[in-house]
Each structure stands twice: as C-alpha cells, then as structure tokens.
Write a protein that binds this ligand. Sequence first.
Ligand code: NI
Length: 170
Amino acid sequence: MAERNILKRGDPTLNKHCRPVTEFNDRFHTLLDDMRQTLAKSGGVGLAAPQVGVLRRAVIVLETNVEEGEEEYMIELVNPEIIEQDGEQVGAEGCLSIPGEFGVVKRPQHVKVKAQDRDGNWFEVEGEGLTARAFCHELDHLEGTLFVDRASRMLTEEELKELGISEDAD
Ligand code: NI
C-alpha cells in the first residue's frame, strides 16, 4: 500500500466524467488499498478515485455513524448509483481537493446506494446524515462535480473560526 497524492482544485482531472470499473483485478485492489491509506491519513470522510488521478468510478466513504465503542469503518463503492433518497440537510461541506474552504450545501438526509464491491459483487448500503452527505459528495466527483459547484455560498473566515476549523484543516 502507498499513500497517493491528492489532486487539488484547478487540476483538470477533477472536472472529468469517470468511466465504469470493468476489471476487478489486483491492480484495482491496489488502487483501493492506496485510497484507503490516503483517506485514513487525510482525516477526511471520503475520497474518490479521480482525486488520486484515476478516472474510474470508485469511491471510499468513512462510515462515522457507529455505536459507541465501535470503530468507524470505510465503505468501498464501485460503480455506485443512488437508488433512493429522502429528507434534506443544509450544512457545511469541504473537500480534500479544496483544503481550507467550506461551503453551505443542501443534500438529502438519507440515501440508499447500489454499488459493486472490490470483487464485482453488487450490494446496497444506506447512509444517514454525514454519511449521506459523503455518499453524494463522492458520487459527484465521478461526474467531475465539486461541492463549490453546488454551494449556495462559501463560509467566511469568521464562520470557520466559530466552527473551530483552522485554515489548514481538510
Ligand atoms: Ni471531495
């Protein structure tokens, strides 16, 4: 496993549409392993393949809604699609590719996603709150869409301070 470099806004790769994953081979598993390590190191809650320069439909989301005493865990979503969504949440959102900036983005409160795992098996997974936001945010990356394209406005420096977010936070 190796940590990979996260592309930053301005890199044209981040604005491109990603192609489906068709080969669930060792090379692809290495990509996912590297993405896991990169996400763990970053302190973020999600990472999409295009952020590490690979234009394929694969993302990793950290499930943070766990019972007390249980560990947060990463969910790998390959060729994911949102098949159900409901509710609404309006809140601050950031991105590892746009460090230090946060915007107000409206997302569904709950989503159900259909995806393949790293071996190509289809499954469904549901996300609530922050996890639903992360699913939507990461799937947007696969279409070349960044949260700044959806934000109603960006947070001011004052607001970032109130939230306790420092300039160099992810
Ligand atoms: Ni992002």
